[in-house]
Design a binder for this molecule. Sequence first.
Ligand code: 2AM
Length: 175
Amino acid sequence: MASQGQRLFFALWPEAPVSEALVALQQRHAQSPARPSHPLDLHLTLAFLGAVAPQHLPCLLEMAAAIRTPPFVLELSRIGSWRKPNILWAGPAATPAPLLELVNALNHGLRGCGLTPEDRAYRPHVTLARKGAALERQTLEGFPRWPVTEFVLASSGGASSANRYRVLKKWSLDS
Ligand code: 2AM
């Protein structure tokens, strides 16, 4: 499935109406010279793995299939920008406990598969655009709630020229 050096990450991938609302946010806030994310690429990263050698894949797939954390609702109630990296993002005001549980389970599983999770603090966000002007953090009013019932393994760089990321596999969260 993944070739040598393919960059992988676990993520939440929104469907309509959340994906449509994210595109509307991009249109409103990602002014030139910002580079908006392709609508099909919009996602919230759970764990970034970096380049993964093919021999790690069976362990990763088994580990992800064994995760038993509950579904939850994510409220993307904030928009803002960071300088490093220079991105425009949407995210929750706080990290919901079941999201943290899922992220921790994945990171624990990564270690079990011989991979090293990132050690920087987890900041859940959807990257709306890169390299744009700064935007002061704002509250989003009326953004649709995101019912999270599954998570995915995705690859970076293996997609068509239009979008950058490709969903390789999905797993349901236990209800
Ligand atoms: P970003 O959206 O803030 O750039 C694929 O690259 C996904 O993994 C992106 O969502 C990216 O976050 C995230 N990611 C997390 N850590 C990363 C890292 N060290 N390098 C590249 N992408 C990273």
